[in-house]
Design a protein around this ligand. Structure first.
Ligand SMILES: [Zn+2]
Length: 92
């Protein structure tokens, strides 16, 4: 049997991540479903900055610039890259 420490399952990044990283809206929806399921099994899903090995700060309502998470250490931001149906309706 092989045991692997959880953090070692993170696929390593090559190079320097950008300062602002886009998250597809669909991916956030999938994350929400997965998180609720895992939380019910007493397992946390914690978004984590690859660069700093630091848990991200969540913005439970995205900022005006669509920022969903930021890293408290390096300040990188993760923003929704596309708008919800509601947003598109109000801007078009
Ligand atoms: Zn960071």
């Amino acid at each position: 049997m092989t045991e692997v420490a959880g953090l070692d399952t993170i696929r390593g990044l090559v190079g320097e991540p950008p300062e602002v990283i886009a998250i597809p809206y669909k991916l956030m929806e999938t994350e929400e479903i997965a998180r609720q399921g895992w939380n019910a099994c007493y397992i946390a899903i914690i978004p984590y900055c690859f660069k700093c090995k630091e848990p991200l700060v969540w913005h439970t309502a995205p900022r005006e610039d669509n920022t969903m998470f930021h890293c408290p250490k390096c300040g990188r931001e993760w923003r929704l890259s596309d708008k919800t149906k509601k947003d598109t309706a109000t801007t078009s």
